[in-house]
Design a protein around this ligand. Structure first.
Ligand code: F6R
Length: 608
């Protein structure tokens, strides 16, 4: 979940390493560091906290090394101190690591017994010493890395720099992503294409188990069995990876505001807009008619997208759906029926638990459909069928536009499967597609009323605990709303199915705790309003998100009202996501929180 980079350049590389790390900061920002080779000597500069702390330190030193590695950390083992910051080094090498080395304790004991002195509490340092030990026994760099890798348990991507090798970087991947880029000024290694975009014109991805030996003139890949292999080199279009806030104060604000466009783009990819039908941009690897069950596995916000889709797949395609968070699903040993479909959902396409769920399902004979935002990611590549969300790079750590694009893809999929299974008629499809295409415009309307919602967000910011409630598809959105508020503002929040309140949580209600009622206009609206009455009767502090008509029907005293148009659409919940995101965003901004990089989080969670 950290970001790693390596550069074999023809000029001093420190500033380019920092630039690449800035693009990788979404993967973690507990500390950052780099190492370059200065006249045959490894020089490391590291700092705890965000990248600008490293930059401040670098301003005071002149690094001239034309080869180097860098790291931005999301701490797993050891506190986010400078000592624990990567690169980790020995007298022979420095290494940056993304992932977890599960057996680091036993390696540490073994190597300490051989005289190695550990300076940090990290798992990663064991890798530096393990390779160093092999070199002490006489192995060259490549042989030492090759000997060390099979001894490592866990998931990782690594890049090594050696103090006697001014023209060599070695990279390895098992479980965590790593790519090689070629540019006019050198050869680059990095966690993803985003990091390499300013420098490289072509890129190749390491496959699972690969090792890469890179010099300025030659890049050689070896597979897990040690065989020399080719990896496809493809063009890297720098323009498509612009990391820019535009006129917005935060990436998150920009990404919330991009939603009408990216949801529209995603829908255009899945719909025949002229015919008013769904036209999936891929062949299905299964026959929808004989599909026995759909299983969905994902994490966090992507899981909530799946939870929403369960309602659509059950209702519109009459499919039985089982869904779980990927971290549980992967260990449940769930029996998976013959001719079943497993859908994994992931913005990054690298989430370790989701990837493991995919592999479990694959082993058990399931068809795999991946709904993914990063086309080149591991989940995208390992899925039988790839359903892309066209959200573009999502930089804000809290997911926003990826979520609504996931919902858009699921909506199209549910209609397509309903049609293919003979459950929906042609007229049903036309009606549903007609409703779906109104979504981007309605999202734009919702965004136009942003200012009206700010005072409500400020009211929420004063609370120490908040409840979100909804029914039907608004229930997963209630969960998502609570997650957004928690992660951005650090205010405790919980999402509940509105009908569950009376089974316990209603005991919490008092006039200090905002209860945010999500009331889209569907068959559950009346019931949601009854639940709202139960809260009102107990003096609850109610914030209502719904239409003016629904508010009138609610006939209760409200502490806040976020008005949305009366949306006659089965997919209104996609529009309702906008005020839910904005409330969390504005509450956090009001509180002075770092909305783009909330504490303790990372954008791409490649550890389990
Ligand atoms: C919350 C958030 C996370 C991610 C989760 C899965 O705002 O962003 O909960 O949704 O870590 O990540 P992906 O979608 O990359 O698999």
């Amino acid at each position: 979940m950290c970001g790693i980079v390596g550069i074999l350049g023809r000029q001093p590389v420190a500033s380019s390493i920092v630039e690449a790390l800035r693009r990788l900061e979404y993967r973690g920002y507990d500390s950052a560091g780099l190492a370059t080779l200065e006249d045959g000597r490894l020089t490391r500069v590291r700092a705890s906290g965000k990248l600008h702390n490293l930059e401040e330190k670098l301003a005071a030193v002149r690094l001239t090394g034309e080869i180097g590695i860098g790291h931005t950390r999301w701490a797993t083992h050891g506190r986010p101190t400078e000592i624990n910051a990567h690169p980790h080094a020995s007298d022979k090498l420095a290494v940056v690591h993304n992932g977890i080395i599960e057996n680091f304790r036993e390696l540490r004991e073994e190597l300490t017994a051989k005289g190695h002195v550990f300076a940090t509490q990290t798992d990663s340092e064991a890798v530096a010493h393990l390779v160093t030990e092999a070199m002490r026994q006489g192995a060259g760099p490549a042989a030492a890395v090759a000997a060390a890798l099979p001894r490592l348990r866990g998931a990782f991507a690594l890049v090594f720099l050696f103090n006697a090798e001014p023209d060599l970087l070695i990279g390895a991947r098992r479980g965590s992503p790593l790519a090689v880029g070629w540019g006019a000024a050198g050869v680059y290694l990095g966690s993803d294409a985003l990091a390499l975009a300013p420098f490289a014109h072509t890129i190749a991805y390491l496959e699972e188990g690969d090792q890469v030996i890179a010099t300025r003139a030659h890049v050689v890949f070896h597979d897990a069995a040690g065989r020399e292999v080719e990896r496809r080199r493809q063009p890297l279009l720098a323009g498509s990876f612009l990391v820019d806030k535009g006129n917005f104060r935060h990436f998150m604000a920009k990404e919330i505001h991009e939603q009408p466009e990216v949801v529209g783009r995603t829908l255009a990819h899945y719909l025949d807009l002229a015919a008013g039908t769904v036209r999936l941009p891929f062949e299905l690897s299964f026959d929808p008619k004989t599909l026995s069950r759909v299983t969905i596995a994902a994490c966090g916000t992507a899981y909530y997208a799946g939870l929403t889709a369960r309602y659509w797949l059950e209702r519109l395609a009459r499919l039985a759906v089982d869904i779980d968070v990927a971290s549980e699903f992967r260990y449940r040993e769930a029996p998976l029926p013959e001719n079943g479909l497993t859908i994994v959902v992931s913005q990054s396409g690298e989430t370790a638990d989701t990837l493991a769920s995919l592999r479990y399902a694959k082993q058990h004979g399931q068809h795999i459909l991946g709904i993914v935002n990063v086309e080149t990611s591991t989940i995208a590549r390992e899925s039988d069928t790839l359903a892309l969300t066209l959200a573009g790079p999502e930089i804000g750590v809290a997911s926003t536009k990826a979520f609504t694009c996931q919902l858009a893809v699921f909506a199209c999929l549910a209609i397509a499967l309903g049609r293919a299974r003979g459950v929906l008629s042609e007229a049903d499809e036309k009606r549903l597609v007609g409703e779906l295409v109104t979504t981007p415009g309605l999202m734009a309307d919702a965004l136009n009323h942003e200012a009206r919602l700010e005072p409500v967000a400020h009211d929420i910011a004063r609370a120490s605990s908040v409840l979100y409630v909804g029914r039907g598809v608004a229930y997963p959105l209630a969960l998502e709303g609570a997650l957004k508020l928690k992660e951005l503002s650090y205010i405790h929040a919980e999402g509940y199915a509105a009908g569950e309140l009376k089974h316990g949580p209603i005991a919490l209600i008092d006039d200090n705790m905002p209860v945010i009622v999500l009331a889209p206009p569907d068959a559950t609206l009346e019931k949601t309003i009854s639940n709202l009455q139960e809260v009102a009767a107990r003096g609850g502090h109610i914030i209502f998100i719904g239409s003016a008509r629904a508010r009138e029907a609610a006939a209760a005293e409200l502490a806040g009202f976020v008005e949305l148009p009366d949306i006659a659409s089965a997919f209104a919940v996609i529009v309702y996501a906008v005020p839910v995101q904005l409330l969390a965003y504005h509450a956090a901004v009001f509180m002075g929180k770092d909305v783009d990089q909330p504490r303790n989080l990372a954008k791409s969670v490649t550890v389990e």
